[in-house]
Design a protein around this ligand. Structure first.
Ligand code: FES
Ligand code: FES
Length: 192
């Protein structure tokens, strides 16, 4: 039995066999806390340059929130399933929880904080969310708006069905979908 402690029985998985994992009661925690040597990363966020020493495994979302201090992009699931962390990289919508910061070097990163004009004037999509009650608690809203801007720019807002399809990666636990779709349709109708 003592030896058994050093093996997992993954017999449910064809071909997986028996995999040594348990010596690992200690090694798992060692691996989790092991720090990779920091690397120097240059990021351009909302037009501002940031030079950071980062763990090469740092996600773009954690870097934005914890190192740069931009908390607009939200960590909903951290697994690419809710869209709360959506930002733009070179104008395309990206799930920042699934992106490494190092991958974004040399690219233009835009977060919800960079969407309004330099004079503070709201982006038409931000205004439309206000006008059409496109939010309740607001937790999903930055990701919804960033995704919505890209959805219109991609010409994927031609109908309510198309909007629903191309916004389906952005979940709203408050169920503000009717207002969100109306906001997007109104911006699309303006040709923005
Ligand atoms: Fe990135 Fe949910 S936090 S998709
Ligand atoms: Fe609350 Fe969308 S407004 S989760």
């Amino acid at each position: 039995m003592a030896d058994e402690a050093h093996w997992s029985s993954r017999t449910d998985f064809p071909g997986a066999g028996r995999v040594p994992v348990a010596s690992a009661a200690t090694s798992f925690s060692e691996v989790e806390t092991q720090e990779a040597p920091a690397i120097s990363v240059a990021l351009e966020v909302n037009g501002a340059q940031h030079q950071l020493d980062l763990d090469p495994r740092a996600t773009l979302l954690d870097t934005l929130r914890e190192r740069i201090g931009l908390h607009g992009a939200k960590k909903g699931c951290d697994h690419g399933q809710c869209g709360a962390c959506t930002i733009h990289v070179d104008g395309r919508r990206v799930l920042s929880c699934l992106s490494l910061a190092v991958q974004a070097q040399g690219k233009q990163i835009t977060t919800i904080e960079g969407l309004a004009g330099p004079d503070g004037r709201l982006h038409p999509m931000q205004q439309a969310f206000l006008d059409h009650d496109g939010f309740q608690c607001g937790y999903c809203t930055p990701g919804q708006i960033m995704s919505a801007v890209a959805c219109v720019r991609e010409r994927h807002a031609g109908s309510a069905d198309e909007i629903r399809e191309y916004m389906s990666g952005n979940l709203c636990r408050c169920g503000a979908y009717i207002g969100i779709a109306a906001a997007i349709q109104s911006v699309a109708a303006q040709g923005d």
